[in-house]
Design a protein around this ligand. Structure first.
Ligand code: HEM
Length: 84
């Protein structure tokens, strides 16, 4: 088994224990890629899951709120991961 799969975390900080909807996204999934806008991706990166009605396990990055170019670069990277 992979080491990451056995890592122990407190239940409240382990998104694997928060139910199926709290799993982190598979960014390779082209269906997911098509379903979200660039604006949505940049917003969740800056303000976290709770700000866009998603899991609060996706943390906010307040230091990026005034750094559009960094959020954009992360979004471009996520788009490049698509398998289509
Ligand atoms: C540079 C770091 C990160 C980036 C760029 C990033 C980006 C994203 C994006 C674009 C989504 C898609 C949300 C959607 O489907 O609408 C997402 C979801 C998610 N992320 Fe992150 N993330 C980062 C770090 C983290 C960390 C550190 C965690 C927690 C350990 C995390 C947990 C999650 C979870 C649980 C979701 C699923 C939210 C949901 O569908 O309800 N992310 N992230």
């Amino acid at each position: 088994m992979h080491a990451l799969a056995t890592a122990r975390r407190a239940p409240e900080t382990d998104f694997r224990l928060q139910g199926p909807d709290a799993s982190a996204r598979n960014f390779q999934d082209s269906e997911w890629q098509k379903s979200v806008t660039d604006e949505h991706i940049e917003k969740i990166i800056k303000y976290g899951g709770a700000a866009v009605g998603k899991s609060p396990m996706m943390p906010a990055n307040p230091d990026l709120s005034a750094k559009d170019e960094v959020a954009k670069a992360l979004r471009v990277h996520i788009r490049e991961l698509s398998n289509s």
